[in-house]
Every structure is written in structure tokens, then in C-alpha cells.
Design a protein around this ligand. Sequence first.
Ligand code: ZN
Length: 202
Amino acid sequence: MRWRQPEDLRTIEQLLDFYRQADEAILGKLTDLDRTAISRLSAESRQLAAAYAGLAPRQLAARCGWPVIEESLTVAAGRLHLLGECSFAPGRQPRLLINRRAIDAVSHHALKLVGDADSAWFSPAALDDLTIAHELHHLLTGHLLTGHLLTGHLLTGQAATTLNEQGAHIFARALTGWPFSPLVLPALLQRRSWPSRRRSGI
Ligand SMILES: [Zn+2]
């Protein structure tokens, strides 16, 4: 899968509107995936989410018997944001981890950029849910990766660009009711130099 730069997004509003589009439209613009592949991936991911409709991500994890472990990790001296990870080994309980340090850092950065109308979606609690849902998709579908990055692909240019990652993003968005594609997170992280919507320190 090859990635393209998004269209010229000059303001935070334009950026948020771009990632508020349907997943099919976003992937169609950002990748070289064909429409059939995008439609199939989107449909499968949303069907799986619909099967668990009404369950919060933590509730779904509990129902599956998978504890959500919280740690504070620093990856690549803070240059990469590992929001969560999951792993599974035969005979061992699946591991579903959320990285408090990275989630709080990404939330802090996003909340400096987005307006009040969208701020609730970028709270640490909302990003916890999004991260848990993303990792649940990997565990539920058996597409297990160890130590993969949720938001790293646009920062590193190589990680987390697989089809499975996009399926996990679509699933997480559908399960949590998030209004944006989770791809908005690395996009926001790239906009460190944008003027803040809020006064710094607030
Ligand atoms: Zn993932």
C-alpha cells in the first residue's frame, strides 16, 4: 500500500473536516488501494463493530477476558507515540496495553489545536477508548502484531501502514462513535507549529 500526502490542509478546521469524512473517502485519497479493497475492508470492520454495538471498549475487553494493562512507556526517546499494543502467545493470555504517557501527550497536543466543540473526542479517556478498541480489533481478528505502533506510520513513514492497521482504525471509529478517522492523530502530531486555538497553558 502506497501513501500519498493529503490535499493541502491549511487550517485545523480543514484538517478536522478531511478526517471527518468516511473512511472510504479518506483511504481513497491517501492510499493507492482500489475501491473494492477499501469497501471490503470497511464493511468487514464495521460489521465486526456492529456485533458489539453498545459495549464500551473496556466492557468488550472484559467480556473477552482480556485485562487492559496500563503502563507509561517512552519509545524512541519520545519521538514515536506508541498509544497501545497487544500481543498473544499460545498458552498465554492476550496482552492489551495502553500507554498512559503517550496517550496523555497526544491528548495534550491535540487539545491545544482543536476547538471546544471537538475537545471531548481528544480527552485522555476518549483516546483510551479508541486505543483499546483498536487493539481489540487485532485480538478479535487474530491479526496480532507485537509492539506495533498505532500512530507511528506517518511519523516514521513505515510502521502501521498495513491493511490490518486500517481495519483496526475503522473498527475503533465504529465501536466508539468517534467522528474522525484515527488517522487524524498522526496528522495532528505533524502540526506542532500550527497556531493554537487555545492560549498556551490552558
Ligand atoms: Zn494496530
